[in-house]
Design a protein. Structure first.
Length: 126
């Protein structure tokens, strides 16, 4: 099964920041399962409405936790931020994930949006 990792916008304590989410949620047998958490996705803007014409509504997402081990630093719930992207790549490669560059490039053109950007398509080979 393919795993999609996206960069998305979180709003926490009246601050906007980018973090990372995983779809679909990894299973307990995968190493990625150990570094994710489920969190409610608040609307980033009160002007953004859910489009009922075919868009999937997901009130929760599987977010990647920070590698620095700080669960409450700065009130940001310990979620991974953009500065930790090299750590994520190392984690994936060292734990049996294959990053599919061709599929990532193909899918990022099809799935581009302002709020959610595709970063990697990968698969776990265990």
């Amino acid at each position: 099964m393919m795993t999609f990792i996206y960069s998305t916008i979180f709003m926490e304590n009246e601050c906007y920041r980018r973090g990372y989410v995983v779809e679909p949620s990894p299973g307990p047998e995968e190493p990625l399962y150990q570094i994710v958490t489920t969190r409610k996705m608040e609307k980033v803007s009160p002007f953004k409405q859910i489009n009922s014409c075919g868009q999937r509504y997901r009130p929760c997402s599987t977010a990647i936790r920070s590698f620095d081990g700080c669960s409450s630093c700065g009130g940001l719930s310990g979620l991974m931020d953009e500065s930790e992207l090299p750590d994520l790549v190392n984690f994936l490669v060292m734990n049996g994930y294959d990053i599919n560059e061709r599929l990532t490039k193909l899918m990022e053109r099809k799935m581009a949006s302002d709020e959610k950007k595709l970063v990697f398509v990968c698969s776990y080979s265990g």
